[in-house]
Design a protein around this ligand. Sequence first.
Ligand code: SF4
Length: 320
Amino acid sequence: MSKQEYKYVFGPVPSRRLGRSLGISPIPSKTCNFSCVYCQLGRTTNYTNTRKMFYPVLDIVDEVRRALLEKLDIDVITIVGDGEPTLYKGLGELISELKKISQIPIAVITNGALLCEAEVRKEISKADFVLPTLDAPNKELFKRINRPRKELDLDKITEGMIKFRKIFSGQLWLELMLVKDLNDDDNTLKVLKRIFDKIQPDKIFINVPIRPPAEKWVKIPLTERLQEALRILNAESIAHYDQLLVENIDKNSSPEKIILEITQRHPLREDQIFTLFPNVSKNEIMDLLLQMEKKEKIKRVEYNNRIFWQIKKSKKEKYE
Ligand code: SF4
């Protein structure tokens, strides 16, 4: 995408499970009702459980229409957000409007918390794929891993997922983020298995924190624990997908703009940044990264024996 600026739409980017995905972010950055310890956006800055009409539905739809006119090779339109997209009050209307302008399947990636609300279940049941996350089998771990807004109740959320399954005829893919020494022991996994069995998703995926997390102490589980989790939950791993090359999504933008756009969504591995710009020397890219660091636009982070660059946080981080 290149001719005009885009505010809500990004990509297409290779999605881990869905192919080439045109992303839509209908919420302001880092707006979430969780502040997960593993979040690659850092700690949540707009920590809220109030659904809002952050932007007009038709403004978002207009952008998608414009992006589709560029005849991009797209497998799926994914509503994802740099935070929790169900906090967007126009979500149901947005999905309906998108269905009017294209036949491309629509996916919603969500932390699943608002599936406890009948209205949200109804709204996202219009999508083709819904991918909620469930990391914790009990309230104590829910608080430690996801740090939810205090009004959110895990039992109501899992009940909501069970109810959603009953009304949703599309593909329901549950995701579990496995974190070392938090939810990777046999007992936790077996209790999660019982909950997942009640929800009856079409697929279960296990991820690990491959990018720098919000909290430095978060670690990737041992391979043996990941294997055991896959076996117990009868799940598929998406833990190896950091090997995917990041695509240069906007060939006409400057390297600085592209780096800023992607790092706003997730930290970028340094070696992947080099592959984004095959016609620019590594030295030039390194100079650019250092200049951007000096201007406090991005920062260098070491994680899991790799170098990442991530956007510099601008707002004060806080919890209620
Ligand atoms: S990982 Fe997702 S659900 Fe958790 S804080 Fe980040 S955006 Fe919110």
